[in-house]
Every structure is written in C-alpha cells, then in structure tokens.
Write a protein that binds this ligand. Structure first.
Ligand code: PMP
Length: 381
C-alpha cells in the first residue's frame, strides 16, 4: 500500500498563489491586495433569508439540480441582465460554487488526449481541472498591446484551432480585461469555423464598468456549443456560502448532473435560500458594491499612472494588472511583502502572457488601498 499520487495528479502543481498568502500571514501589519475575494459582507436580506431558512429547519438535500425556485430566479435574472435565454428545468445546474461547475464541465466532456485551449493569463483552476480530466492544455497568451483581450490572430497562432474546448473568462481574473460584443464576434466566428465548444466563466459579469457585459453564448450559433459559469461569490460577496451555477443545453446539463448527483448530491441548501433572496431583492446592494469597486479602480489606476508604472485601464472584475517594475515579478512580490507588508500576486502564476506583471486586487477598502499604494510607491523609490 502506498499513497503514491496518480500520474494525473502529478501534473498538477500546488497553487502558485497560496505561497504569497502564507508569506503574508507570517507578518504583522500586512495589507493584502492578493486575495480575489470581496471585502464586503453579503447583503443583509440574503443573510436574513439564510438565517430564517435555518430557523425553519430547511436543511435537507435539495433536488440535484437545485431548488426549482432558485433555478427560476436564475433564468429570470440572466434573461433580464444578459439576454440569456435558458430553461429552468433542463438548462440550469446549481453547484457548490462556480468552481464545482468548472470541474464538472471538464470531466463531463473530455477524454484523455483531448485538447483544451485556455486564454491566458487566466484564473488558476482551469489548467488543473483540464489535466485532472486527462486533457492536454493549449496556452493562448493574450497580450498587453491588445489590452489582454483575446484576438483571432492569437487564437490562430497558438494552435487553438485543433482544440476541443476553448476556455474564456471575461471580465477577466487576473487582468480585469472585458470584451464587447464586437470584440467577441471574431472569436465566435473562429469557434464556429473550427467546431469548438466554449466554457465561458462569467462570474464577474456584474462587475463590468465601461460597457454592459456580453455573454458569448448570445452570439449567433454559440448557445448550443457553450457552457456558461456564474455564481454568487463575487457580485453578492457570498464566497463562503459556496454557490454557483452552469447554464448549457439540456444534454450538457444532463451529463454534468450525472457527476454532480454522485459527487455532491446538491449544492448547499442554506446558500440556495440566500441566493433566491439575493436575486429577488438585492440588486441595489450589488449596484452599491459595483459603484465602490469602480471608485477604487479609478483610484488605483490613477496612482499607478502617477508612479509612472504602465497599467492598462482594466474595465472589469476587481483586479488591475500593472507591469512589474522589476524583471522578476516573483522576487518583487516577495520583497514587497517582506519590506513593506503589502501582498500582491506575480503575474506569471496565471500562465502565458502573465509574467512581468502583478495582479493587484482592489476588493479592499479605500483607506487600506491608499496606504498600500503609498507603500508600493516608497518601495519603488
Ligand atoms: N472563476 C473565477 C474567474 C474566479 O475568480 C473565481 C474565484 N476566485 C471562481 C471562478 C470561483 O468562484 P466560486 O467561489 O463560485 O467557486
């Protein structure tokens, strides 16, 4: 007997981001601009709904796909906000965070040797999820000169045409890039031409500051080949409640649910009650949080500009992605924690195209942001 890791697991390195949180935890007086987590608490109405569901003893499993009432709220919300038309019975799966939905999709649709093209820099879970599903990863590096938007040219140059799946995340973690409908059109055209499926992680859809969010699933011929991921962690500041969802054609949801019903049974019940209330009555809270993020975004961008650091005007999520003043962004991030007590994440951990940059999160109060940027300025000087 041994606990020798499976060959698949050996292809998955420990998270490159954890190390910076651990370094930060070892020190006093740290300001963390590292973690991608809202500093707000969930809206009170959503918390109250969770509490009162507990008081009523509503703690059983729910249907595998999630409470019907929640699925109806989700489909009404995405129709209203993003023009996405999905059926509450057949085309929605409520999951334990968007993370679970991502994992299910990778496992449901890939065989060993399949190829997954990932637009990078990207959120850290796609590559491990692809590898654990046995798929090979094709890196598609987006570029600073394109403001980290995906282009047809980059897709063609990276070999994505031969992939089975293309993974997109706009608004993007870690760059803060967004894509307009017009910019998505050539991507959708490429996808149709090469008969790819798309996994579109839209968890930051509610945090698009310069234009309305467009889901690639709303472009012609895309709905039938796309799985959309979304959730409650970012827009509603509900990270620890672990609630997300997938939207896709019936046969895709059916397949993902076949894994989900064995591995999860159902998403957290208390969180589902909170989410129903969040969708029904918390639109104003989301708008208020968005306004605050937007103020902070403008502040952080203007401070980097004052420091003479190149930082493209991020237009979504709660990250900016400035150029690192040193060649080695890992060394910079470590020294910044040790000498100034400010945690940021070196861009290289987010894959191709990320090296030479830093991910700076502005899901932190303005007071701390001001202090952290003053310390960064002092450090650079
Ligand atoms: N996708 C992206 C792009 C994220 O940034 C995150 C959280 N950092 C997730 C998915 C995971 O979200 P959840 O909490 O819903 O699992």
């Amino acid at each position: 007997m041994s606990f020798e890791e499976s060959e698949r697991l050996e292809t998955v390195p420990p998270s490159g981001i954890r190390r910076y949180f651990e370094l930060a935890e070892e020190q006093d007086d740290i300001i963390s601009l590292g973690v991608g987590e809202p500093d707000f608490a969930p809206p009170w109405a959503a918390r109250d709904a969770a509490i009162s569901s507990l008081e009523r003893g509503q703690t059983s499993y729910t249907p595998n796909r999630g409470l019907r009432e929640l699925r109806e709220e989700i489909t009404a919300h995405v129709a209203d906000s993003y023009d996405l038309d999905y059926d509450a019975d057949e085309e929605v799966l409520v999951t334990a965070g968007a993370s679970e939905a991502v994992d299910l999709a990778f496992r449901a649709f890939h065989d060993p040797g399949d190829a997954v093209a990932v637009a990078q820099p990207s959120y850290l879970s796609y590559v491990p999820a692809a590898r654990l599903a046995g798929a090979d990863v094709v890196e598609v590096p987006t570029r600073r000169e394109d403001e980290f938007k995906l282009t047809r040219e980059v897709l063609e140059a990276s070999g994505a045409a031969d992939a089975d799946t293309l993974v997109l995340c706009y608004p993007n973690n870690p760059t803060g890039a967004t894509m307009t409908r017009k910019e998505l059109e050539p991507i959708a055209e490429f996808v149709r031409e090469h008969d790819l499926r798309v996994f579109s992680d839209e968890i930051y859809a509610a945090l698009s500051y310069e234009h309305d969010h467009t889901s690639i699933a709303t472009l012609p011929g895309m709905r039938e080949r796309t799985v959309v991921f979304n959730g409650f962690s970012k827009a509603y500041a509900m990270t620890g409640l672990r609630l997300g969802y997938a939207l896709a054609p019936p046969e895709a949801i059916e397949s993902m649910n076949r894994i989900h019903q064995y591995t999860m049974l159902s998403a957290p019940t208390t969180a589902q009650h909170a989410a129903i209330e969040a969708l029904r009555n918390c639109g104003d809270d989301v708008a208020e949080m968005r306004a605050q993020y937007d103020r902070r975004r403008n502040f952080v961008l203007s401070r980097f500009e004052e420091m003479g650091i190149d930082c493209f005007p991020a237009s979504g999520a709660f990250y900016v992605f400035p150029e690192c003043p040193w060649d080695d962004s890992e060394a910079f991030a470590e020294a910044l924690i040790e000498e100034q007590g400010v945690a940021v994440v070196p861009g290289g951990v987010f894959g191709a195209g990320g090296e030479g940059h830093l991910r700076v999160t502005y899901a932190t109060g303005l007071g701390d942001l001001k202090e952290a940027l003053a310390r960064i300025e002092e450090f650079i000087d």
